[in-house]
Ligand binder design. Sequence first.
Ligand SMILES: [Mn+2]
Length: 368
Amino acid sequence: MENKTIILINNRNKSYSKTLINESEIKYDKNLVSLLKSYDKSKIYNLTHIEDMDGMTSAALLKHYYDLPYENIIFADYGELNLKNTIADMKKSISNGVLVITDLSLNEKFIPIFKKFLRFARTKKNKVIWLDHHFCGEDTINSIFPLLDYAVIGENRKFCGAELVYNILCEKSEIGSTLAKIAHAMDFKVEIEEKYNKHIKNILYAISYLNKNGNYKKNLRNFIKDIENLDFNSELIRNAARKYTETAKIETKYIINNTSVFDSNGYKIAVGFGKDLNSTDVCDSIEKKVNSDLIIYAKSDSYSASLRRSKNIDINCIKIAAKMGGGGHPFAAGFPIPVNIDIATNTGRKIFVNKIKKVVDSVLKNDS
Ligand SMILES: [Mn+2]
């Protein structure tokens, strides 16, 4: 059921229209670029995904091409509290500007929060542009997109979030295309030239470390500065990656020891619990240990869970995540953990496993 098309919504002329277009039809939008350029750079804001290189690169591209102040780059993840705080913060500053939301998927659970925020942003005379490549349900689109001025949204198998920013909002350049290429390689997990490939693990680990430790806003803005200069081997990145690796070793062992396994419609499902680490790395480690087809990694710091399927396994992670109020891609998705389940306790973990088992059972039953 993978979507081959993306959805473009254009509300710039006050008329809300929704168009289905092919991925290959995504191109440089002159009108949108001149709209952005008509604003003072201090009035351009970016709300981007905190957790991966795609979100960071989206911000770096906007910084590079539109030179917005670093303080105008704001980070969000899918934790309910983080999102509420981030939005409360933004409300203080944005008016008469343009907000570009990048690589942030719309989870059903957060629609009310976003709706309220977008209405506020509009009353403060801001334009809102949303560029994302995650799957998005029809209901979500219909309820939120009339509040946007321009959006490209929906499962996109060709371009990641940063590539949407590059293709739609940026004139072609060496720096821009390099950044877009690296984000693509990391998001779609494909190899690139060795001169970049050799930095990918460090970049991945650095982001995982920086967004959870110290002054994360300041650190991530410095990270963005480094990648905008194509300095993927900066001191900041190397140090953060090293610190991440040190703690991750011990923590991954803990997670593997706190993994439950169950069977669902002939598939082996693993559910691991522990602190926030790099999701793909942790899920790979769990899979190696228990040989599972689907891995669910419940993270105690952000109270969110990540889903990854094993290679060659045709389970659609979106369907499971959606039933838990989340979203993502068929091969990788995520959802918020219900706050009334205390996953720090054994009882809470059992409740969570039972709940997720019911969801997985029903999704896989309907698919088989
Ligand atoms: Mn992405």
